[in-house]
Design a protein around this ligand. Structure first.
Ligand code: SDX
Length: 432
């Protein structure tokens, strides 16, 4: 960076202030405004943080214009094709691909934390059988704080490592328990001889009455879906985890906060919303009607699974998800799934429509995932739960990075106040 590029000059209210410009290894530079309020008595204003970098991070990089997603520098397409979720977890947490010994040690550490405290099973009895599984995840994951006191001291690196392993390991177990509870089937214990994805499918779909046969195509697809959802820079739920963690809250409480944020249909809840939308559209001849609704400013309907705050190009995860969708449906003999045909037609029409082209609205990670998950036998209500299972490693990686950042302090944004200015109390008999 040239000398002149290292300073941003801001003139405001008759005051001129020089602000340092910082450069990362790749991507947009940032203007360091930490001294702005002190120098100008003014705040910046950026609802939704469309132009704000909240932190420095080395974990995930996204180039929204080019449709690029890198986990610790490795392209998501290569990881989805050549790696597996256990290895991606190690990469996100520790920054490098593991050698054989490190991988075996890490996988063993995760595998031997997959069981939950037996008394945690009692929590489920407090929920109605028809409770949304995301409500159960919020409650039960938050309750882990009450069971694992020996890994809640955020200032102890060993306790942070234990909490990290416990969260990555136990999320699939709790997720599968939430599903089993809704069906009235017995909980299925984890098995140490299975991979992360195989173990999850086993806990989800095995029953004591018969041997459950792992379908390698299904477990490979599950593994790839976990990898695609593992991390994504400073998205809403990751920012929630960081903000909760900045106050010193324990890791289980922070991840419960992330789960709550992910649940929203504008975020992780979109995969469930996409499937409900496709079922509502019902047939190809109604696609144009819904595309028209999505373009109507007076209609709050949006094409779920389309658009993204960062990607102004095709979400690279959506491309891999689409390939996986065709593979899984063909393997299941469901290649003629009417919902897939509908989704492909909806994508074709939207990508040819000026509104979507001008606003750079492309399919995102959620557009095809629901079709695969439904074909694999997951109920719609479990789609966002699977997203939370996969994203837990990203959340804890970002949480650890925030805790270890020497510049870390409690997150406390300010505001533009437009409410009533100071006024005196009015007694009841003096009011209108
Ligand atoms: C995820 O941040 C992440 O990284 C998230 C995520 C992750 O991995 O963590 O990638 C996961 O959450 C993916 C996104 C899933 N959400 C959906 O699919 C819901 C549908 N999409 C939208 O609601 C929307 O696109 C967002 C929320 C994803 C992004 O919203 P922004 O960036 O705030 O954009 P915006 O709402 O300001 O929209 C810009 C314009 C608006 O029109 P104008 O007011 O400029 O005229 O585009 C329009 C919007 O009305 N628009 C859409 C649309 N998305 C945006 N119009 C129709 N259908 C849509 N889906």
């Amino acid at each position: 960076m040239g000398e002149s590029e290292k300073i941003a000059k801001l003139g405001a209210g008759g005051i001129s202030v020089d602000l340092p410009v910082m450069e990362g290894s790749v991507g947009p530079k940032v203007i360091d405004i930490r001294k702005l309020y002190g120098a100008t008595d003014m705040f910046t204003y950026d609802p939704g943080f469309t132009s704000t970098a909240s932190c420095e991070s080395k974990i995930t990089y996204i180039d929204g214009d080019e449709g690029v997603l890198l986990y610790r520098g490795y392209p998501i397409e290569e990881l989805a094709r050549h790696s597996d979720f256990e290895e991606v977890c190690y990469l996100l947490l520790y920054g490098e691909l593991p050698n054989k010994t490190d991988r075996e040690k890490f996988v063993r550490g995760i595998t031997y934390h997959t069981m939950v405290h037996e008394q945690l099973r009692e929590f489920f009895r407090g929920f109605r059988r028809d409770a949304h599984p995301m409500a159960i995840m919020c409650g039960v994951v938050g309750a882990l704080s009450a069971f694992y006191h020996d890994s809640t001291d955020i200032n102890d690196p060993h306790q942070r490592m234990v909490a990290t392993h416990r969260l990555v390991a136990k999320m699939p177990t709790i997720a599968a328990m939430a599903y089993k509870y809704s069906t009235g089937q017995p909980f299925v214990y984890p098995r140490n001889d299975l991979s992360y994805a195989e173990n999850f499918l086993h806990m989800m779909f095995a029953v004591p009455a018969e041997h459950y046969k792992i379908d390698p195509i299904m477990s490979r697809a599950m593994d790839r879906i976990f990898t695609l959802h593992a991390d994504h820079e400073q998205n809403a739920s990751t920012s929630t985890v960081r903000l909760a963690g900045s106050s010193g809250a324990n890791p289980f409480a922070c991840i419960a906060a992330g789960i709550a944020c992910l649940w929203g249909p504008a975020h992780g809840g979109a995969n469930e919303a996409v499937l409900l939308m496709l079922q509502e559209i019902g047939s190809k001849d109604r696609v144009a009607e819904y595309v028209k609704k999505a373009k109507n400013k007076d209609d709050n309907f949006r094409l779920m699974g389309f658009g993204h705050r960062v990607y102004k190009n095709y979400d690279p995860r959506a491309k891999v998800m689409q390939e996986t969708c065709h593979e899984v449906l063909a393997a299941l003999g469901k290649q003629d799934d009417p919902l897939l045909e509908l989704a492909v037609e909806l994508e074709r029409i939207a990508l040819e429509d000026d509104y979507f082209v001008e606003k750079k609205l492309y399919p995102n990670v959620d557009f095809y995932s629901g079709i695969i998950l439904r074909a694999m036998g997951f109920p719609t209500s479990m789609f966002t739960v699977l997203f939370a299972v996969a994203r837990t490693v990203g959340w804890v990686a970002q949480w650890n990075e925030m805790i270890e950042d020497p510049m870390q302090k409690i997150g406390r944004p300010r505001q533009l106040y437009t409410g009533a200015v100071r006024r005196s109390y009015v007694a009841m008999d003096k009011r209108n």
